[in-house]
Design a protein around this ligand. Structure first.
Ligand SMILES: Nc1ncnc2c1ncn2[C@@H]1O[C@H](COP(=O)(O)OP(=O)(O)OP(=O)(O)O)[C@@H](O)[C@H]1O
Length: 220
């Protein structure tokens, strides 16, 4: 279980996040939706241990990753908006850097994200969608229990959007937790729950409220 309590984050005098609290159970996929610049990436970075909040607590399966950073590495995978890839290295070498090697499950991951044919290609030569598939595979190297994804379907074509969507369902079916920041209508509706971010705060939508017209109205 993932528990987030009272997170606050300011950049200088500007408070971006305040009183952010939510939880997610194993097997749940949670969407975080909000206007550009409302703080979604800031929250994802805090949840993944990239930056620290000014206030608040995190508990991942009862463990406190803010006090022991290794729990971030042990328990979470992160697919950031800006892809964390070494452009001058090959796909294979990037995967190796993240720990995807020759184990059976590594080969499955490479197959799942259709990277077999690209293993020798330099990352700089890949399309945006190929890079995104690679960065998702890198985030999954250690089969984390929780996956944070910042706009995961950006740059993916319709085929891969569907394929990543199906993969997320399978991952949650195996008790994984996914928290994703997204602007994609289909992706939002495919999540189990939706949290709306506005003016630095989060509120959860009911099942009835989880429709695009209502969300647009709320964000206007
Ligand atoms: N390192 C930083 N220093 C100062 N301000 C920052 C920093 N990072 C983000 N911000 C500001 O914090 C606010 C939230 O930014 P953030 O990237 O979290 O928004 P977002 O909801 O992810 O936006 P988008 O949907 O466009 O990706 C913005 O006003 C941004 O300018």
């Amino acid at each position: 279980m993932l528990e987030v309590s009272n997170i606050k984050k300011s950049y200088g005098r500007k408070t971006v996040l305040e009183h952010i609290s939510f939880h997610a159970e194993s097997g749940e996929c949670v969407a975080i939706v909000g206007r550009n610049g409302c703080g979604k990436t800031t929250l994802m970075q805090i949840l993944a241990g990239v930056i620290r909040p000014n206030e608040g607590e995190l508990r991942y399966f009862g463990k406190d990753p803010l006090s022991k950073k290794k729990y971030f590495h042990k328990l979470c995978g992160y697919v950031p908006q800006e892809l964390p890839l070494m452009e001058e290295l090959s796909v294979k070498d990037n995967l190796r850097l993240w720990g995807v090697g020759t184990r059976k499950e590594d080969q499955e991951l490479i197959r799942e994200f259709q990277l077999e044919e690209l293993m020798r290609v330099t990352v700089a030569k890949l399309s945006g969608g190929m890079k995104r598939r690679l960065s998702i595979a890198c985030a999954l190297a250690e089969w984390p229990a929780i996956l944070f994804m910042d706009e995961p379907s950006t740059a993916l074509d319709l085929y891969y959007k569907e394929s990543i969507g199906n993969w997320i369902k399978t991952y949650c079916g195996m008790n994984g937790i996914v928290v994703m920041a997204t602007h994609d209508e289909k992706e939002i509706l495919s999540c189990d729950r939706c949290l709306l971010m506005k003016e630095g705060k989060l509120c959860e939508l009911s099942k009835e409220e989880m429709n695009i017209d209502f969300i647009k109205e709320m964000l206007a």
